[in-house]
Write a protein that binds this ligand. Structure first.
Ligand code: SAM
Length: 246
């Protein structure tokens, strides 16, 4: 039976969602970094630095960066911990290629490998990684539960999962302003800077459909992690979730 899921506010067949998501990221790949800076006023850089701080990376860690896109998180880890082995991975060829080109151009390719794969079916053995990171990627998965289970399977017992994702603002007034910004300004910015308002309309809608902090924490536990906690950033617009077996 063909089950339904959400693609932003639209209902689509589960079997079709990854194609729709793929179209969005193929379309935004060339302007992805400029748009990220413009939309978040550069704050995404700080959020990613905080994620790496919280990850307590070990010098020789083997790391899987899922939905690595243009490679912001991998770049921070590679520069700070040059002896780690990082697998940059993304389902989308164009995004992964942007990441690979950037790794070469900005000299962080010495400890990075590049894998085109879905975070929902990881082609790795059990207990392979010390750390798995997912930056603004989980929201786009068709089956988030399956993705989380795969991440747990591929992590070593003492390994950690860190997820950076949009979440739910705590303050109701702030939430209203954020809603107005998301649905009025984001698609316009997308149209002006990237000639693509639809993809940024999807961004706003997909954020609203994503599980909030407590719900995602529960999903992490249900996928088999012993411990899950989260840190809110910018009043909960963004949250960092950590799954571990400590
Ligand atoms: C918003 S970008 C995030 C890129 C980067 N991690 C960052 O934080 O800037 C989301 C990425 O998730 C990728 N993606 C979407 N669904 C995926 C899946 N099922 N498995 C792996 N990557 C996926 C997209 O191709 C895209 O590159």
């Amino acid at each position: 039976m063909n089950k339904k899921t959400h693609f932003g506010f639209k209902e689509v067949q589960e079997s079709e969602k990854s194609k729709h998501v793929g179209d969005v990221f193929t379309s935004v790949s060339k302007n992805y970094d400029i748009m990220n800076d413009a939309m978040s006023f550069g704050m995404h850089r700080l959020w990613k630095k905080i994620l790496v701080e919280l990850a307590s990376v070990g010098d020789d860690d083997v790391i899987l960066d899922i939905a690595s896109g243009t490679g912001d998180i991998s770049k921070i880890i590679s520069k700070e911990y040059p002896n780690t082995s990082i697998y940059m991975s993304d389902i989308n060829y164009e995004m992964l290629s942007e990441g690979r080109d950037r790794a070469i151009n900005e000299s962080f390719n010495h400890n990075c490998s590049f894998c085109q794969l879905s975070g929902e079916i990881l082609p790795f053995r059990d207990n392979a990684f010390d750390l798995i990171t997912v930056g603004f990627g989980l929201r786009n998965f068709t089956n988030k539960e399956r993705g989380l289970e795969e991440m747990r399977r591929c992590l070593k017992k003492e390994g950690k999962l860190l997820i950076l994702e949009f979440s739910k603002p705590i303050n109701p007034i702030f939430s209203k302003i954020y809603d107005w910004y998301s649905f009025n300004i984001l698609p316009r910015l997308g149209s002006i800077l990237a000639n693509d308002s639809d993809s940024y309309q999807y961004l706003a809608e997909s954020i609203r459909m994503h599980p909030d902090q407590e719900h995602l924490k529960k999903m992490i536990i249900e996928s088999g992690f012993k411990e899950a906690k989260f840190y809110n950033l910018l009043n909960g617009i963004v949250a960092i979730h950590i799954g571990s077996n400590d």
